[in-house]
Design a protein around this ligand. Sequence first.
Ligand SMILES: Cc1cc2nc3c(=O)[nH]c(=O)nc-3n(C[C@H](O)[C@H](O)[C@H](O)COP(=O)(O)O)c2cc1C
Length: 186
Amino acid sequence: MTPTQPLFLVASTREPGVVGNTEALARRAAAALPAGSTPTWLHLHGLALPPFEDHRHDRGTYPMPDGDARRLLDATLAASELVFVSPVYWYSLPAPIKLYLDHWSAWLRVPGLDFKARMAGRRLSLVTTSGNREKAQPMIDSVRLCADFMGMPWGGALWGQGGAPGAVAGDARALAEADTFLAQRP
Ligand SMILES: Cc1cc2nc3c(=O)[nH]c(=O)nc-3n(C[C@H](O)[C@H](O)[C@H](O)COP(=O)(O)O)c2cc1C
């Protein structure tokens, strides 16, 4: 199996140092990455992304971002694949990763950046936890549709039972699925 350079973007809003269920499940999956892989982990909560402003239909372009937005852009472009490590919040994406995605709309319009062309072909996968698998489906579908829009192959969703930190350790099916989720890559 070919080594990869995945970027794991952690969207839980638990306080720093607390490993939530979603990250725990993703770390289990990452343990099975092909030998020689070089994963990067970034916690979105606490990064200072500015509010997104829609300038598509006035000035039409955006400047190259700076600060934490630039750091995220660089990490995104440096990755060979993306893994969203995101719990379900209100049947949807938590605000930090939703804001990161909104900034993609700006990055698509930075002159010379070619963000969409450069991201096309890089796999996007999702590791998620919530109280209920069935009600996670709209959020899973939302991420899959974002991948489709960007021309990014969909790597699928790994779901585990969430709740208080440690809850996912009791979900034997999710843990077993994690052991092959990122390992079986073409
Ligand atoms: C703001 C908020 C909204 C949530 N909304 C949902 C929801 O819509 N459906 C659900 O099943 N669980 C919901 N949950 C529960 C979390 O998805 C669950 O506890 C998850 O495991 C937390 O992930 P973490 O441990 O990685 O932080 C919500 C939790 C929070 C804090």
